[in-house]
Design a protein around this ligand. Structure first.
Ligand code: ZN
Length: 745
């Protein structure tokens, strides 16, 4: 027993040393283990978009050892530590050989630093060449060996090795010197790469190809897969390669909104570089066509309807062009969207019930597109974009042709607050500032929103009214009705003609918009799978000249949708066009049925109606027969308009009969409590026009202030003389009466 004691002490001694090496704190190594790495960002097809830089501009990618090819490993092991797998941190054979070689030549021609010793040096990078420093590296090499497997040591080493040029790790180094990932290098290029870390200032192949090649040949010599003759040529292929820098606006957006994504070694995004390149090219072409219209920039966003994931994001035409503020991201800039907001308002109107619980608005309902005044304290008189008034217009046509007065009529009825709340639900957070102030102008897209918000909100109509979190924002049928209207070519014709711009051979919806002062033009488009938004204008907010460019964003949107739809087709096996489109056709509203209606009155088409169309009518809502078209005693068909169109009929010289008694006595103009301003220069011509419609009798008696009363006949359209002060006017028609006040200042 006693004679075994020395062996026991020896074992205990070794164990003690090992425990010391293994468990004494080594904070520098911990820091190395936790060092940050660059993030490789890929598109959906595995194309590199960007490789992020660390704080000081350093590029250092991480590759797990199993993803580093055996060739790469063996070249670096041969170059730096031949017996790496056979020592425990220090290679005494190499040390003794080096000692005698250096003695005989009286200068350092080779070192005997093993990979663990070099790793120790990387942990504490202080440039002191001393015996104690060497001893420290030796001790630390043992500590590293005691802690990690060979695999882990090699992995840490290959990913941390400095190459100069602000690059660490073999993969980033391969990219910097040879423009490709390390696994794609030729064996000879690999040998050149492996000598750089020995002394980057002397062996950098960009500046010193000959010196680099000379050293690299030694490594290539004896490697079965390398050709020593080809090393010099390989060294000369080195140059300072640029890193890919694509989609800078989107990456910047992600860094701000989700910085944690970049803490990973790799980030795989939903974006598609093929589509992105196509999008950038289309936008550039449109901007070239618009260059005389002060349209200097544009932006584009294409998302997948399924989950709102981004496929293409173009923030500006050129990130690097400061003359057009290229680094501003047009996807996130707030602009007036104009009419592209209208679908959100109409959808709310379809979802709002009247007092009977039926929809307040529906596609067949007629709205008066006639000059009108709206508003509370602030008088608001909208006009259509072509300054034409279309009289009675069906809600479907009003939206598809983007008429202004019907939109304001609807907003005035549902209320600005209700609409704003719906817009917040849709994600229009930008409207929390300035939305309320835009007031009825919101109907025409006067509040400022971003293209990002617009595209995401628009995609809701393709998801049956649900946002991408699954919240039901609009009812399913409303969303489907909006798709039916925005894809309706004939209803669009009143506003846009039969524009080729919107012609697609797959189901699609479009909506365009122009801001009040023509600074911005927006187009939204969608298919069942994708939603796109395109903005064009300038970041300086200058008025765009002319309206010629107004169809360009729609042209871009349509062409990119064509591109992505065709790419989808290509990926479908045994593709049968009819089948695919049938599958992709918009779903029909479930609780609505197509019925034949009169295209003028929106009522059930009768035998006298000259034109009829099919329209969705809500199940259970009884459609009345058209009473606007009637045969007179001579057998001709007469049009009988409701009384609210009396002025419009007069202005437009329309040959029609007015059904004066179709409504209760109503004041059309002026609004009650209006304020007028007296102008002393043209006093003689000033008078206040009064228009009243409806009423049961055909004569109107007017009582103006304390003057004696006077009478007017149909149409009730007359003038009151102007005098400064408060005035009261009462109109009596049969047993109906209305009174209004106004002030002349
Ligand atoms: Zn009719």
């Amino acid at each position: 027993m006693k004679k075994n004691l020395p062996i026991l002490y020896l074992i205990l001694g070794f164990l003690g040393v090992w425990l010391l090496l293994r468990y004494t704190p080594y904070p520098e190594l911990d820091a190395l283990l936790n060092q940050p790495y660059s993030c490789r960002i890929y598109d959906c097809n595995g194309n590199i978009i960007q490789i992020t830089s660390l704080d000081d501009g350093l590029k250092r990618e991480f590759l797990p050892l199993e993803e580093i090819s055996p060739q790469v490993r063996s070249v670096f092991i041969k170059a730096e530590d031949k017996r790496f797998y056979f020592h425990h941190g220090v290679d005494y054979t190499a040390a003794i050989t080096a000692f005698f070689q250096n003695m005989s030549s009286k200068k350092t021609i080779r070192g005997a630093s093993t990979i663990p010793m070099q790793l120790a040096k990387i942990c504490s990078p202080v440039e002191v060449h001393s015996f104690s420093r060497k001893l420290q590296d030796v001790l630390n090499a043992y500590r590293i060996e005691a802690r990690f497997s060979k695999k882990k040591i090699l992995e840490l080493y290959l990913n941390s090795l400095p190459f100069g040029m602000n690059v660490c790790g073999v993969n980033s180094a391969a990219r910097t010197f040879f423009g490709k990932p390390v696994n794609d290098l030729s064996p000879e290029q690999l040998c050149c790469l492996a000598v750089i870390p020995r002394r980057p200032s002397s062996y950098n192949p960009i500046n010193h190809p000959t010196e680099c090649a000379e050293m690299a040949r030694e490594i290539a010599d004896g490697l079965s897969f390398a050709n020593t003759q080809a090393v010099e040529t390989a060294a000369k292929t080195a140059q300072a390669f640029e890193y890919p820098y694509k989609m800078p606006h989107y990456i910047l957006y992600l860094k701000k909104t989700a910085p944690q994504l970049f803490e990973n070694y790799e980030l795989h995004l939903s974006v598609n570089m093929d589509v992105q390149i196509q999008a950038e090219a289309l936008l550039s072409e449109a901007l070239l066509q618009a260059k005389n219209s002060r349209i200097s920039n544009g932006a584009l966003l294409l998302i997948n309807n399924k989950d709102a994931s981004v496929i293409s994001w173009v923030g500006s035409e050129n990130w690097f062009d400061d003359s057009v503020s290229g680094q501003i991201d047009g996807v996130l800039v707030k602009n007036q969207p104009g009419s592209s907001m209208k679908p959100f308002l109409y959808a709310l109107a379809f979802d709002t019930p009247d007092e009977k619980g039926n929809p307040l608005y529906y596609p067949s309902k007629v709205i008066a597109d006639i000059p009108q005044e709206f508003g509370g304290e602030n008088l608001y008189i909208p006009a259509n974009f072509n300054n034409r008034f279309n009289g009675p217009i069906r809600t479907r046509v009003a939206l598809a042709s983007s008429l202004n007065i019907p939109a304001v009529t609807i907003l005035n009825e549902i209320g600005v607050d209700n609409y704003l709340n719906k817009l917040y639900e849709l994600g229009f957070d930008s409207l929390r500032h300035g939305g309320k102030e835009a007031d009825l102008g919101l109907a025409l897209g006067a509040g400022e929103v971003t293209l990002y918000e617009l595209v995401n909100a628009f995609s809701i109509f393709l998801r049956d009214g649900k946002d991408f979190k699954g919240n039901q924002i609009y009812s399913q049928d409303t969303a489907r009705l909006i798709c039916s209207i925005l894809s309706d070519k004939s209803s669009r014709a009143l506003g846009f003609g039969y524009a080729q711009t919107f012609e697609t051979d797959y189901p699609s919806i479009f909506k365009t918009g122009t801001s009040n002062q023509y600074q911005n033009i927006t187009a939204l488009g969608a298919t069942k799978d994708f939603t796109i938004g395109v903005w064009m204008g300038n970041f300086a907010g200058q008025t765009v000249i002319g309206k010629t460019g107004s169809s360009l964003p729609a042209w871009v949107a349509k062409n990119l949708l064509d591109y992505v739809e065709k790419s989808v087709e290509k990926n479908i096996q045994n593709y049968d066009k009819s089948q695919v489109y049938e599958k992709k056709d918009f779903d029909k509203p479930e609780n609505w049925t197509l019925q034949k209606i009169c295209s003028l009155s929106g009522l059930k088409a009768g035998p006298n109606c000259p034109a009829s169309v099919y329209e969705y009518i809500k199940n259970g809502c009884e459609l009345e027969s058209c009473d606007w078209h009637k045969k007179n005693t001579e057998g001709d068909i007469e049009i009988i308009f409701p009384s609210e169109f009396q002025q419009w009929i007069k202005t437009n010289n329309i040959n029609a009969v007015i059904n004066y008694n179709s409504s209760p006595l109503t004041l059309l103009s002026p609004r009650d409590n209006s304020i007028f301003y007296y102008s002393s220069t043209s006093a003689t011509k000033q008078a206040i026009n009064v228009q009243v419609i409806g009423g049961s009798a055909n004569q109107l008696s007017i009582f103006y202030d304390n003057n004696p009363s006077f009478q007017v006949q149909r149409p009730f359209d007359f003038h009151l003389p102007v005098e400064r002060g408060n005035h009261t006017c009462t109109c009596v028609c049969g047993n109906e009466k209305i009174t209004f006040n106004f002030l002349v200042k």
